[in-house]
Design a protein around this ligand. Structure first.
Ligand code: PLP
Length: 398
């Protein structure tokens, strides 16, 4: 405050309407409460609990000591783009030219933001399945787009199929935003479902933004990218990154692959906003892709064990939860407890010191559910399940 007698300046009136109107993240509110509570076992944050593999850490140290601390090409360091092209072709079976079809970004977060900013005119509509990642609806809103959510349900293990999309579709839909495996539900689609979705996208002339950040975390079967299906490479932006599969959330590194004109449009925005992704993180990412898949496979195997433990125990306690086929999230129904998702999460946190996220943080379709991230180790997961059992016993319903 100033030393004069003027009333303090009300700076809130300078805030743009569309920003003032944004909801606060349901996760953020909740985590402020977590931070104030001692002894909490957190199943809240969607983060690997493993350290970043050592060769990746060493590559960053070397990068710092050998002067790789400058701006890189706006598109990203050429060696990294070449390695991404190789990795994506091997893993997703889609070829992309490192020269003009790959853009290295500040996480999948920036890639998503760029894609929406590059493609949406005000009022254009974006179809997306819900419950979904907390950023989707606000990011669409921030670029003056209109979200068109398509509800998925526990009865179908939160997979998506063409009839639901067709029923939700409206004139003005330009993009289809997919996240498979899905945060927060762990939902995936079969190849047949994806093929139907692809045909629908072609029929309705949609561009697909496919956020495949959890694609390495598939516990049964293999991952299929919609970009690999007939006619889809030319109308898909495939978004991927290093945060989840390589335990590199803090590196803030991801990428977009797609048709050159769309990558160029995203690049136009990126060159003025970010300039380039962090140089030392790019060196870490290069090392990650050169590691082979041992580290990723090791972590996936641990997550599978943790999933099995958590899903078995929580079902035994009387809370219905399907085993997610991908991602590291379980999305149990807490309806049988008689509490709503907000009350369930609040009481579990304040009385039993376990943090989960109310399902409605991921949209209305998350009602009656909570999200539990099973990246915590076995000992913590068991202790969390013990506490959940105690809570159910106290409710007299277990
Ligand atoms: N997309 C989804 C579906 C996510 O769950 C997350 C993080 O939780 C992100 C994107 C953000 O990823 P990044 O760390 O690459 O920005």
């Amino acid at each position: 405050s100033s030393s004069s007698n003027q009333p303090p300046l009300d700076t809130t009136r300078f805030i743009a309407r569309h920003v003032a109107g944004l909801r606060r993240s349901g996760i953020r509110d909740f985590f402020e409460l977590v931070a104030k509570t001692d002894g909490v076992i957190s199943l809240g944050i969607g983060e690997p609990d493993f350290d970043t593999p050592e060769p990746i850490r060493n590559a960053v140290k070397t990068a710092m000591d050998t002067g790789k601390t400058h701006y890189t090409s706006n598109l990203g360091q050429p060696d990294l783009r070449k390695e991404i092209s190789r990795y994506v072709e091997g893993y997703f079976h889609v070829p992309y030219s490192w020269e003009d079809e790959i853009l290295v970004t500040v996480g999948v977060s920036e890639a998503l933001d760029l894609a929406l900013r590059a493609l949406l005119n005000p009022g254009d509509k974006v179809l997306y399945h819900q419950p979904c990642y907390v950023s989707y609806a606000p990011t669409v809103e921030l670029v003056h787009g209109v979200g068109v959510p398509v509800a998925t349900s526990a009865a179908e293990q939160f997979s998506l199929d063409e009839p639901a999309l067709r029923a939700a579709w409206q004139p003005g839909c330009k993009l289809l935003l997919l996240n498979l495996p899905c945060n927060p539900t762990g939902g995936v689609c079969s190849k047949e479902q994806l093929e139907r979705i692809a045909k629908f996208a072609i029929e309705k002339d949609l561009i697909v933004i496919s956020d495949e950040i959890y694609s390495e975390l598939i516990f049964e079967g293999t991952h299929t990218s919609i970009a690999s299906l007939p006619g889809m490479r030319e109308r898909t932006l495939l978004l991927h990154g290093f945060s989840k599969a390589f335990a590199m959330t803090g590196f803030r590194l991801g990428y977009a692959c797609g048709p050159a004109p769309l990558i160029e449009a995203m690049m136009k925005v990126h060159q003025y906003s970010m300039l380039c992704a962090p140089s030392i993180s790019q060196e870490g990412a290069l090392a990650a892709l050169r590691l082979g898949d041992d580290a990723t496979k090791f972590m996936r195997d641990r997550y599978r064990e943790r999933r099995d433990l958590f899903v078995r125990r929580i079902n035994a306690a009387g809370i219905k939860c399907h085993a997610p086929r991908g991602s590291f999230y379980a999305f149990p129904s807490i309806v049988s407890t008689g509490l709503d998702e907000g009350e369930f999460a609040r009481r579990l946190l304040t009385e039993f010191k376990v943090a989960v996220v109310p399902g409605t943080a991921f949209g209305d379709a998350g009602k009656g559910h909570v999200r539990a991230c099973f990246t915590a180790n076995e000992q913590k997961l068991n202790a969390a399940c013990d506490r959940i059992e105690q809570m159910l016993a106290s409710l007299g319903r277990s």
